[in-house]
Design a protein around this ligand. Structure first.
Ligand SMILES: [Zn+2]
Length: 366
């Protein structure tokens, strides 16, 4: 923010803000740069990189993404590794720790500059137990104390959350949901997850399972889900069911092939994506009636299908949710893409880990 915007946001006078900013700048906590706002010169205040860095880590269903972020939320280094279908937590965490060490070295930052990390997993997480909220949703992770395990590897504090919650937080801080107070992020791809922003805060629920839209039943007596119930949304819509339903007509294809062919106008591929949108839209309609979002952000691999996914999704939501012709929820594609969760993980880490501001201030005053 500029100094004038800081005065507006805090209710302090511009003179007071200016004095505080000068003190913080002298202590190395903030940096000011001259910018132009509405044709006038202004001073933009940002947190100083010298405060330290955090790592954002996301174990999605098929990839590991690790990023280093400065206190302003800018990603300054990033690595992506594809993961096998049934990846294991111990090797995943070792890889993430190694990537973080490599990235710190690549930007010539000593390990002491890392303050901590935020970690996203593709399952609901209970911060009270530091374990999965519901056992069985992520093979090999049931007995793991997740924050503690990662923290031991890094020697730094670690906070954990469901990747969909972190993606919602990422879009809210740095993406398409910046202006929204009530929004839903839905990831549609190898699995399905949702994160809910209610009154500007992530809604996690009693033990972390809020937003588990993938396990909403959409088909009575449908196939068995790995959660133990039948006919869950995630059973009806996932990369395997999508590619399998095209086996007889187009043969062996990957999800990426299906998306490319749908974008080129292939009728069969468009149809299976439209069917997926129909199921997701039905479940999302119920969510719209319950939490009344102003914005629905669509992410995950299937988001690349663009209008082939969005048009039937919007139609299903309009048909099945409480009709509000004046102010229907906007449905938009994620702009951070697969990085949304690491942006959110870094923001969550900065929110949760206390910055070493007091020690910087003491050094400055000494
Ligand atoms: Zn289920």
């Amino acid at each position: 923010m500029t100094q004038v915007e800081l005065a507006d946001a805090t209710g302090l006078s511009t003179a007071t803000v200016s004095i505080i900013v000068n003190e913080l700048a002298a202590a190395g906590i903030v940096t000011t740069t001259q910018v132009t706002r509405s044709g006038r010169r202004a001073f933009q205040v940002t947190l100083s990189r010298g405060l330290g860095l955090v790592a954002g880590i996301h174990f999605s269903t098929r990839a590991l993404i690790v990023a280093l972020s400065d206190p302003n939320g800018s990603i300054i280094a990033k690595q992506r590794l594809p993961l096998p279908a049934d990846h294991r937590h111990d090797t995943d965490m070792d890889r993430a720790a190694q990537l973080i060490a490599d990235m710190l070295e690549s930007i010539s930052a000593p390990p002491s500059e890392l303050l901590g990390a935020g970690l996203g997993i593709c399952a609901p997480y209970n911060p009270k137990t530091d374990m999965l909220s519901v056992p069985g949703l992520l093979r090999g992770w049931d007995e793991v104390h997740i924050a503690e395990s990662m923290s031991r590897r890094l020697g730094k504090p670690v906070v954990v959350d469901n990747g969909a919650n972190l993606a919602m937080l990422g879009e809210s801080r740095h993406g398409i949901a910046k202006e929204a107070q009530s929004a839903v992020f839905v990831s549609i791809g190898h699995g399905i997850g949702a994160g809910i922003l209610a009154n500007g805060e992530i809604l996690r629920g009693y033990d972390g399972t809020a937003g588990e839209i993938g396990h909403v039943r959409v088909l009575e007596n449908g196939d068995l889900c790995h959660c133990g119930n039948r006919g869950c949304l995630e059973v009806m819509v996932n990369s395997t069911t999508i590619v399998n339903s095209l086996r007889n007509t187009v043969g062996n294809v990957t999800l990426r092939d299906v998306i490319t062919m749908a974008r080129q106008g292939d009728i069969g591929c468009s149809r299976v994506i439209s069917d997926a949108a129909h199921y997701v839209g039905g479940a999302l309609s119920a969510l719209c009636n319950l939490v009344n979002p102003e914005l629905i952000v669509i992410g995950g691999e299937l988001a690349d299908a663009g209008v082939a996914l969005l048009a039937p999704l919007e139609a299903a939501i309009e048909r099945n949710s409480l009709h509000n012709p004046l102010n229907p929820p906007r449905v938009q594609l994620s702009i951070l893409g697969e990085d949304a969760a690491v942006y959110g993980a870094a923001a969550f880490a900065f929110d949760s880990i206390s910055l070493p501001i007091s020690s910087v201030m003491m050094e400055a005053s000494a």
